[in-house]
Design a protein around this ligand. Structure first.
Ligand code: NAP
Length: 491
């Protein structure tokens, strides 16, 4: 690294707040506790941030509760304007924000910029939605009475986000919460708190009133969040993360019957029929597999390719993936950064070994490179057995697992043979087949001849154990609104 690059990284880290955001003020955690943020490309410490205690969590919720009534009363246009200003600031600072994200999370700079753009779009989208919250007026079927249907903010919300998209998973919740008039306490993942803290600073500069968004960074997430969930003072939990943790949180929410939005794990099937444009399918698989180094809930986890084209598809995908430069995401030309931590690298290594033990062939890659950081070489496996662990577990790494199939019925049954149901991808040029298969797949989203479905203007979410509710699109704001019916007796 040049001296200039070292200085720039230091300056970006220096500029980000590292305290808790509570009631509009940055403050230390109880007893000055902190924890370390690690650069996954080196394993070295980047900085330390405040480590909230349960009492700090309560203080953050106190601030959110105190701010709720005034914020709900703020004119929608003003809430919209705040989101628009935050959208603009995200773009003005995109270079620094992208560098910060790459440092804490590892993804290459170009992908980090892509995520900031995606994240900002949620603010732009919900800035519009804020001014379009509508209701209804209806005559009762028997006549006489009238129904007035009003939408009101749910109330204070708890928002919990994962490390893989440290900014976008936040704005996808904060955007609609602000648009709807809800205050919140947000807890980012301990691996990637910095992007959220930088976002907090931007929201303050954009004019968000104090206490509307409170940020709690913590290592002991369960200890800090459970009392807040169980208190019943927050009226909603919106969570993005693993299905395992989502289930624990759903149980905690049951006690006080909190509204919940759950964006959980996936096990996406990627299906290539014999009539597909093979090059298009390879590009789609590359996008669906390699976005975020494979660390995405939407990542193509099981790639089913018709037996007549499976070999050719595997070779073409291997040529592309084998040629992707691996390295620190800050370096020019790097397309594959490190995995998030040692545990992630170990898990991907184990899953590949398991698949190979069960007969998979390694076409390219297959192991973690020597040296510092948590890298894994882009890997293509063919003839992966349906019994391999990676058929039922999220790989969350740059490993494409190809399994040949012979009939449409067989592949639909295999695709649906999972408790997950977030997204599926289908490549075919047969219109009837594409609609038939898209309808038969048990998922919340289908990418038809495309490898990326995420779009702030579309309803994102899963069925089965992949979650509850939708984020983005027209429905995203509904998750933060209650419907109130007022019955009116006319004389
Ligand atoms: P995770 O371990 O479930 O953690 C997600 C968040 O929950 C983190 O902020 C984590 O904090 C927090 N958390 C963990 N245990 C908790 C508890 N007992 N109480 C309260 N909060 C708790 O998931 P992850 O490893 O960060 O993220 C990867 C997972 O997210 C994958 O399964 C992926 O598929 C899923 N994901 C889903 C979507 C979607 O839209 N469906 C999008 C992105 C990711 P700490 O890390 O600080 O403990």
């Amino acid at each position: 690294m040049s001296a200039h690059e070292v200085d720039r990284e230091a300056a970006v880290l220096e500029a980000v707040p590292t305290q808790l955001l509570v009631g509009g003020e940055w403050r230390d955690a109880e007893a000055g506790a902190t924890f370390e943020v690690i650069d996954p490309s080196t394993g070295r410490v980047l900085c330390t941030v405040a480590d909230a205690s349960p009492a700090d969590g309560v203080a953050a919720l106190d601030a959110a509760v105190a701010a709720q009534a005034d914020f709900a009363a703020m004119p929608p246009r003003e809430r919209s304007d705040i989101l628009t200003r935050a959208f603009e600031l995200l773009h003005e600072r995109i270079d620094d924000l992208a560098l910060l994200m790459t440092l804490e999370m590892g993804k290459p700079l170009a992908e980090a910029k892509g995520e900031i753009t995606y994240a900002a779009e949620f603010f732009r989208h919900f800035a519009g939605e804020a001014t379009r919250i509508s209701g209804g007026y209806q005559t009762a079927p028997a006549g006489g009475a009238r129904f007035l249907i009003a939408k009101q903010p749910v109330g204070p919300c708890l928002l919990i986000t994962p490390w893989n998209f440290p900014m976008a998973m936040g704005t996808r919740k904060i955007g609609p919460a602000i648009a709807a008039g809800c205050t919140s306490v947000i807890k980012p993942a301990h691996q990637t708190p910095l992007s959220m803290l930088a976002l907090g600073q931007i929201l303050i500069e954009a004019g968000l009133p104090e206490g509307v968004v409170n940020i709690v960074t913590a290592q002991r997430s369960g200890e800090v969040m459970e009392p807040l969930i169980r208190s019943g003072r927050a009226r909603k939990l919106s969570f993005t993360g693993s299905t395992k943790v989502g289930k624990i949180l759903l149980e905690q929410c049951a006690d006080k019957v909190l509204r919940t939005s759950m964006e959980l794990g996936g096990n996406a099937p990627f299906i290539v029929f014999e009539d597909a444009d093979l090059d298009e399918a390879v590009s789609g698989a590359l996008a669906a597999k390699m976005r975020n180094m494979g660390e995405a809930c939407t990542a193509a986890n099981r790639i089913y390719v018709h037996e007549s084209v499976a070999e050719e598809f595997g070779q073409k995908l291997a040529e592309q993936m084998g040629g992707m430069p691996v390295g620190r995401g800050t370096e020019d030309g790097v397309r594959v950064g490190p995995l998030i931590d040692q545990a992630a690298q170990d898990k991907v290594t184990e899953l590949v070994a398991d698949a190979v033990d069960r007969g998979a062939r390694v076409v390219t890659g297959g192991s973690a490179p020597e040296g510092e950081g948590y890298f894994f070489t882009p890997t293509v496996l063919t003839d992966v057995s349906r019994e391999a662990r990676m058929g039922s577990e999220e790989i969350f790494g740059p490993v494409a697992a190809i399994t040949p199939f012979s009939t449409e019925e067989e592949v639909i049954a295999a695709a649906n043979d999972t408790p997950y149901g977030l997204v599926a991808y289908v490549f075919t040029n047969d219109l009837r087949r594409s609609l038939r298969v898209a309808e038969a797949l048990e998922t919340g989203m289908v990418g038809l001849n495309q490898g990326v479905v995420s779009n702030p203007a579309a309803p994102f979410g899963g069925v089965k154990e992949s979650g509850l509710g939708r984020e983005g699109g027209d429905t995203g704001i509904e998750e933060f609104l209650e419907t109130k019916y007022i019955g009116i007796a006319l004389a």
